[in-house]
Design a protein around this ligand. Structure first.
Ligand SMILES: Cc1cc2nc3c(=O)[nH]c(=O)nc-3n(C[C@H](O)[C@H](O)[C@H](O)COP(=O)(O)OP(=O)(O)OC[C@H]3O[C@@H](n4cnc5c(N)ncnc54)[C@H](O)[C@@H]3O)c2cc1C
Length: 428
C-alpha cells in the first residue's frame, strides 16, 4: 500500500486551501460530471464556492472517464504531436487499422484541428507542451495524493507499483531517452533500462523477451479505477452540500452582454452566477452555443476489461506497449487494456475489429493468465487539443471558465487542473 495512506501529517485535501474571502462567483455551476468536472467541483467547494454539477447522463462518470486506461501517468507525458509523427502521416491515412488512425470527414472542425495539430508537431512546440504537462502532472500528483489520504485505496483499486513503457527498437529507445533527458529536471525519477532489467522488474512480461529493446521505468507511477474515483467524489461532494442535477442536458444559454445569465437544461432556464465548462469531448459544441470556438476534438479509443485468472502471469506494474500503443493496468482482480486513437469524429460505436485487436494483443502478452472469453468492451472519446495541453482558465465571457481538453491524460491531470481553475476563479 502506498505511503500516501500512512502519512501522519495533519494536512488533508480539504484543509489545504483556506476559504477564499468573498469569491466573486459565490455560486458556480459546473457542466460535466466526468473526472474533470467532479474534481473541479471539489476544488471549488474547498475554496468556499457553492457548487452545482449538471450532467446529461443519469449517473456521474459515464463519459470518457468511465472505461479509460486507469493509469495515473504523471511522469511520462510526451504530447501526441511530435516531429517524428510527420513522416508517418501517409500510413496513418491509408493503413486500415493503425493504432493511430486518421479518417478524414466532411467536417471543417476536423480539418482546422488537424492543421493546428500539424503545427504543434514542431520540435519547439512539442518540448514546450511536454514541460507544461509535466508541471501540471506534478501539481496533480500533489493534489491527488492529498485527496487520497482520506480515501479507501481498496475501494478505488489504487496501486502505486510504477510504470514501464516498453520500446520495440533501438531507435524508439533513443527517442524515449531524449524525452527522459528533457523531463529529467522537471518530473519524477525515471530511467531508461534494457530488456533484461525490464523483465526482472516485471516477471509477468516474460512473453516480451526478444520483442523489446528496452523500457522507460518510472517507479512512482500509479493506477486507479477511474469510475470508482468518480463515484467516491460524488458521495463526498453530496455530503459537503454540492448539488447534483443529473439527467439534464444543457442545450442553450441566455446571455446578458459579456455574461451568461441563464442556462437551459431539459427545457428549463436556470440562473447562472459563475460557470465552468468541464464538458470533455462535447466541449466544441457547448462553446459554439456560447458563441466562441475551442480547439477540442475527439480521439476515439477502446478498452477491454478482463478477469485475472492467474495473478502471477499478469503485471503489477502498469505497462505501455509503445509498439502497439496499448496500455495495461491492474484494477483489483481485473486487467484494464486500452488503446487506439482514431481521429474520425464523434461516433462512439464499438467496432468489433478494434476489440479483437486488443484481445489479440493481450493474449499474445499474457496468454491464459486473463479470461479473454468474456471481456467488458468499451469505447470513449478523448477530448484532445492539438498540443495535448488542456485549456484551463478564462473564456471570452466574463463569468464562464474552462477546464477542458485533457486528451489522453484527463485522469492523471484532473486534480491539478481543478486546483488551477479554482485558484484562478478565487483570485478574481
Ligand atoms: C481508451 C482511453 C484510454 C485512456 N486512458 C487514460 C489513462 O490511462 N490515464 C489518463 O490519465 N487518462 C486516460 N484517458 C483520458 C481520460 O479518460 C480523459 O481525458 C478524461 O476522462 C476526460 O474527462 P472529462 O471529465 O473531461 O470528460 P468526460 O468524462 O467525458 O465528462 C464530460 C461530461 O460532460 C457531460 N456533458 C457534455 N456536454 C454536456 C451538456 N451539453 N449538458 C450536460 N452535460 C454535458 C457528459 O455527459 C460527460 O459526463 C483515456 C481515454 C481513452 C478514450
Amino acid at each position: 500500500m502506498s505511503a500516501v495512506f500512512h502519512s501522519d501529517s495533519a494536512q488533508s485535501y480539504w484543509s489545504m486551501h483556506p476559504r477564499a474571502r468573498g469569491p466573486r462567483h459565490a455560486h458556480v455551476t459546473v457542466i460535466g460530471a466526468g473526472i474533470v468536472g467532479l474534481t473541479t467541483a471539489a476544488a471549488l467547494s474547498r475554496s468556499g464556492h457553492e457548487v452545482t454539477v449538471i450532467d446529461a447522463a443519469a449517473h456521474v462518470g459515464r463519459g470518457t472517464s468511465f472505461g479509460n486506461g486507469c493509469q495515473l501517468s504523471y511522469g511520462y507525458v510526451a504530447p501526441l504531436a511530435q516531429p517524428s509523427l510527420l513522416p508517418e502521416l501517409p500510413s496513418l491515412l491509408l493503413a486500415k487499422n493503425a493504432p493511430l488512425k486518421i479518417v478524414p470527414r466532411l467536417d471543417p472542425a476536423q480539418w482546422r484541428w488537424m492543421m493546428e495539430f500539424l503545427l504543434a508537431c514542431r520540435g519547439s512546440t512539442a518540448r514546450q507542451s511536454s514541460l507544461e504537462l509535466l508541471a501540471l502532472g506534478s501539481l496533480s500528483r500533489h493534489e491527488t495524493d492529498l485527496w487520497l489520504r482520506d480515501a479507501d485505496p481498496a475501494q478505488l483499486k489504487y496501486s502505486e507499483t510504477g510504470k514501464l513503457v516498453l520500446l520495440p527498437s533501438a531507435q524508439a529507445l533513443a527517442k524515449a531517452e531524449a524525452q527522459v533527458r528533457l523531463q529529467a529536471a522537471h518530473g519524477p525519477l525515471q530511467r531508461c533500462i534494457g530488456e533484461d532489467e525490464a523483465l526482472r522488474i516485471e516477471p509477468a512480461l516474460a512473453r516480451f523477451k526478444g520483442r523489446i529493446a528496452g523500457a522507460i521505468h518510472t517507479p512512482s507511477e500509479c493506477a486507479i479505477d477511474s469510475h470508482a474515483l468518480c463515484l467516491a467524489l460524488e458521495r463526498q461532494l453530496r455530503a459537503r452540500g454540492v448539488e447534483f442535477k443529473l439527467g439534464q442536458r444543457v442545450t442553450g444559454f441566455a446571455r446578458a452582454g459579456r455574461r451568461v445569465a441563464q442556462l437551459i437544461a431539459n427545457g428549463q432556464a436556470l440562473d447562472v452566477d459563475g460557470l465552468v465548462l468541464a464538458t470533455g469531448p462535447a466541449t466544441a459544441a457547448v462553446a459554439r452555443m456560447l458563441g466562441f470556438s475551442l480547439p477540442v476534438y475527439p480521439l476515439k479509443g477502446y478498452s477491454i476489461t478482463a478477469r485475472i485468472v492467474d495473478a502471477a502471469g499478469v503485471p503489477r506494474v502498469s505497462i505501455t506497449d509503445a509498439a502497439r500503443k496499448v496500455v495495461y493496468a491492474r484494477i483489483g482482480d481485473h486487467l484494464r487494456v486500452a488503446g487506439v486513437a482514431e481521429i474520425r469524429g464523434y461516433d462512439r460505436s464499438i467496432q468489433a475489429d478494434r476489440i479483437a485487436e486488443l484481445v489479440g494483443h493481450t493474449r499474445e502478452a499474457f496468454g491464459a493468465a486473463v479470461d479473454l472469453d468474456s471481456v467488458s468492451e468499451w469505447s470513449g472519446l478523448r477530448p484532445a487539443t492539438p498540443t495535448s495541453v488542456p485549456i484551463i482558465g478564462a473564456s471570452p465571457l466574463d463569468n464562464v471558465f474552462l477546464n477542458v481538453g485533457h486528451g489522453a491524460l484527463g485522469l492523471t491531470l484532473a486534480f491539478g487542473s481543478a486546483a488551477t481553475i479554482a485558484h484562478k476563479m478565487s483570485a478574481l
